[in-house]
Write a protein that binds this ligand. Structure first.
Ligand code: ADP
Length: 556
């Protein structure tokens, strides 16, 4: 009975092929494959031949999600398996999981049911050490900054104006605001500090956006860590540690090759969250995949208002690529919630709430169309969905000439995604009309306003006095011609998590604008969004254990 199986038990029973078989089938040269055990490898992207005819990119995004996620990773993996099943050469490119959500609320990031990447346990826990390397590079820089101040502060860094924070790959609210350097003259200079989660680190963004090792080093050098007493910016270059940071990251810069349950190759690399960061896997992994296969299926985090918008405006621009097709994952349960159904009653049939909630899907469809792409809707089927509900959504789409496929990859693997794959292939045959919604040369206010009005469907944006001051400063330094990375709740199109469906007439409040010159974007913090999440009342960690033979228990 598939319904009662956990992701972990399905993953454990799946038979994996040696990773060399997967890399051989892709035509990856032997000297580009660095094996991490039997089933994982790092791929040296500099040893992959560059194709003239690059693979096409299918971006998987979603409606505004429930707390559990809408099965975007599941559908991404299942769609790739389905593509393979119908004879396409395909690679799936995903983000790597963070231990914050793994131990906290959401779960892993390896897909679900029969649409998973393997080895599930290892990918979800410490996968090939990339998050460790990023955390270490970030904190090495923090240590260098505090040591510089302690050793005489030659650069005259103002300890009250340091914007570089320490990071940890965990949800730990107690570290959001801390005081460091207490204890007397030999313990450093006391100052206020704080931790972010690793996936929000600018170094994570840089690793995901860098073209190669030298671009990585140049971007690290450009990071602004804070300001001097005279309010001049201080960069990593001034501190002289871009070389050391690059050294710490050189292995992490190589994409990780694994496989799906059905043996489809998967490149998993980089993992910024889409609410507090730019939400896409690395450009290096996506480009490597485009050189290895005809079709690349990739995902961007949360709803189309977050990950997809950032894919279009940040990743596409910096990586000189663009999506050739877009899939929007929708579920009956999330649409019912968007239509006002209470969270604990989502299993009840309620066609009225479902139809009311379709306005959320409609907004995300409109957004993708605004970028010049005709989306395909993947209806990710759950066992609790009733026939009346499924039919109601299928007809709703058909009446509006929106391509939709009932997708059963969670239950059936690739076989459950063949219809979706065919609809996507159909879109891939059409010429792309992709165009971004704003130009980087627009003012910061204009760029944010465009996102708020055209992507969120809001009325306007307001900037707090503090944010206005930061914008003036950023503009005075000449850093304003960068794309925007919005930090916003994933639950609502607005910055109010409880405002569901398709709200209109709302304003978004930007309370802080932070320059990330190495990443090459400006972060705008809206509403109450935090760059260090907290754990819920009953963290997922409470269900976890390890059996006597050393295998995981309770990892979803
Ligand atoms: P997202 O990428 O949107 O965050 P995931 O693909 O990680 O979502 O899925 C979140 C959880 O939901 C996983 O545990 C997965 O097994 C489960 N899930 C996804 N789709 C289905 C489905 N159709 N039926 C049952 N469970 C599902």
């Amino acid at each position: 009975n598939v319904e009662t199986l956990s992701d972990l038990s399905i993953a454990k029973n799946a038979k994996m092929q040696p990773i060399r078989k997967i890399s051989d089938e892709l035509g990856i040269p032997e000297d580009a494959v660095e094996q991490y055990g039997h089933y994982k490898a790092k791929i040296d992207p500099t040893k992959i031949a560059v194709k003239t005819n690059l693979g096409k990119v299918v971006l998987v995004t979603a409606i505004s999600p429930t707390a559990a996620g809408e099965g975007k990773s599941t559908v991404t993996v299942g769609l790739a398996d389905a593509m393979k099943k119908i004879g396409q050469s395909v690679v799936v490119a995903l983000r790597e999981p963070s231990l914050g959500p793994v131990m906290g609320v959401k779960g892993g990031a390896t897909g679900g049911g029969f649409a998973q990447v393997l080895p599930m346990e290892e990918i979800n826990l410490h996968f090939n050490g990339d998050l460790h390397a990023i955390t270490t590079a970030n904190n090495a820089l923090a240590a260098i900054i505090d040591n510089h101040i302690h050793q005489g502060n030659e650069l005259q860094i103002d300890p009250r104006r340091i914007i570089w924070k320490r990071v940890l790959d965990m949800n730990d609210r107690a570290l959001r605001h801390i005081t460091i350097g207490l204890g007397g003259p030999t313990q450093g200079i006391p100052r206020e500090d704080g931790f972010d989660i690793t996936v929000a680190s600018e170094i994570m963004a840089i690793l995901c956006l860098a073209k190669d090792l030298s671009d990585l080093k140049e971007r690290l050098a450009q990071i602004v860590i804070g300001y001097t007493y005279a309010k001049e910016p201080v960069t990593v270059r001034a501190l002289g540690v871009e070389g050391a940071l690059t050294l710490l990251l050189k292995e992490a810069l190589k994409p990780n090759l694994v496989q799906t349950i059905e043996g489809t190759p998967a490149l998993i690399h980089g993992g910024p969250f889409a609410n507090i960061a730019h939400g896409c896997n690395s450009i290096i992994a996506t480009k490597t995949a485009m050189n290895l296969a005809d079709v690349v299926v990739t995902e961007a985090g949360f709803g189309a208002d977050l990950g997809a918008e950032k894919f279009m405006h940040i990743k596409s621009r910096q990586g000189d690529l663009s999506p050739d097709a877009v899939v929007i994952v929708a579920t009956i349960r999330a649409l019912k919630m968007q239509g006002g159904k209470q969270k604990d009653l989502l299993k009840e049939e309620d066609v009225t709430a479902l139809l009311k909630g379709t306005n959320n899907l409609e907004k995300h469809i409109d957004t993708i169309r605004a970028f010049g792409i005709e989306p395909v809707v993947a209806l990710n089927k759950f066992f609790t969905d009733t026939t009346a509900e499924l039919n109601a959504l299928l007809s709703w789409c058909e009446e509006r000439s929106i391509a939709i496929a009932l997708t059963e990859v969670w239950e059936k693997g690739g076989a459950g995604g063949v219809e979706l794959a065919k609809l996507v292939l159909n879109e891939l045959e059409k010429p792309s009309n992709f165009a971004p919604l704003y130009s980087v040369s627009d003012t910061i206010e204009q760029k944010v306003r465009t996102i708020v009005q055209q992507v969120y469907g809001g009325k306007d944006v307001v900037f707090t006095d503090a944010a206005k001051k930061q914008i003036d400063q950023i503009t005075a330094y000449g850093w304003d011609a960068l794309p925007i990375c919005m930090a916003k709740t994933q639950y609502s199109l607005s910055d109010q998590p409880k405002l569901l469906g398709r709200p209109t007439d709302f304003t978004i409040t930007v309370r802080e604008v932070i320059p990330k010159l190495g990443a090459g974007f400006l972060v705008c913090l809206t509403g109450d969004i935090m760059t260090m999440p907290g754990l819920p009342k009953k963290p997922a960690a409470l269900n976890m254990d390890v059996s006597e033979d050393g295998s995981a228990i309770g990892l979803f």
